[in-house]
Design a protein around this ligand. Structure first.
Ligand code: FE2
Ligand code: FE2
Length: 284
């Protein structure tokens, strides 16, 4: 394995999304959710091995310092979407779904169900944080289920055995139930593993209603929104807002098989929608 292969073990970021969708396939029982090993492929497994070993408190704080200055230039939502779309997976001829297409399939499914405009918009922008990959970040620092760092790892996190290799697992302070946090301190005070959720939340938060902020920020926090873990760190307000995160998740997971949206046809709707909430350019 050469260096670039070992840093990017998946052929594309979609491999992780597909893995999660299979893990939570709608016809599965609760028990079968746990039996994900049979669905795993070596790339995704290696990806999780790297993610769980390297998402430390120190790494998360450093990534936040580096990226949350938002000093990587101004871009409109459209420019970010087009930029993300350059992340084409040319290694897999079957994956003709561009990144924009996943965003549109998610948002169109939300729109068809008659949800508020901010909810549709959340679907349309929820994965724009994956541009981190185009900044040269390794896959394990862009996608993957997110989890709190600096406190005990929940056994509800996928591949919990891989945390053994995380240096934080040898720090007693980080392995107590609450770790560096206070009971029910609220997720806003908790550092989650670094990735595209936290990044896009920070870029867009000033312009979106709070449920949308929660959707963007916690959509990959499966241990919490699918399995009910980490309630001891969440406050009452988080609990309420997570109803929206839960409502969003099926659109993210299950809209892939839906019809391919005709981008040209729906573009005017999205141009209005984006302009309704966002200024012409945002700091990324
Ligand atoms: Fe995502
Ligand atoms: Fe997504």
């Amino acid at each position: 394995m050469n260096t670039s292969q070992s840093v990017q073990p998946m052929q594309s970021l979609d491999e992780w999304d597909d893995f999660v969708a299979v893990r939570y396939r709608q016809d599965k029982t609760e028990d079968q959710f746990r039996d994900y090993s049979t669905d795993a492929n070596p790339g995704v497994t290696e990806f999780y091995r790297q993610n769980h070993a390297q998402q430390t408190v120190e790494f998360v704080l450093a990534a936040r310092t580096e990226f949350l200055k938002l000093n990587r230039g101004k871009k409109s939502i459209w420019e970010a979407a087009e930029y993300l779309n350059t992340l084409v997976d040319d290694s897999d001829p079957d994956t003709d779904l561009s990144q924009i297409e996943h965003l549109l399939q998610t948002s169109e499914a939300i729109r068809k169900d008659g949800h508020p405009r901010w909810f549709v918009l959340s679907g349309f922008i929820h994965d724009l944080g994956k541009v981190l990959c185009l900044y040269g970040q390794p896959q394990w620092a862009v996608v993957g289920d997110t989890f709190p760092v600096g406190c005990a790892y929940s056994d509800q996190i996928v591949f919990p055995e891989f945390f053994e290799a995380n240096p934080d697992s040898k720090v007693p302070e980080y392995q107590s139930l609450y770790g560096i946090y206070e009971p029910r301190c609220g997720l806003d005070n908790v550092y989650l593993s670094w990735g595209h959720d936290e990044y896009v939340f920070n870029v867009t938060k000033n312009y979106l209603p709070e449920p949308a902020q929660y959707i963007l920020r916690y959509h990959s926090f499966y241990a919490a929104h699918k399995h009910g873990a980490y309630r001891h760190l969440m406050n009452e307000h988080d609990e309420q807002m997570f109803e929206w995160v839960k409502k969003f998740n099926p659109y993210d997971l299950y809209s892939k098989g839906a019809d391919r949206p005709n981008f040209k046809e729906v573009k005017p709707y999205y141009e209005d929608l984006v302009a309704e909430f966002f200024p012409a350019q945002l700091d990324w």
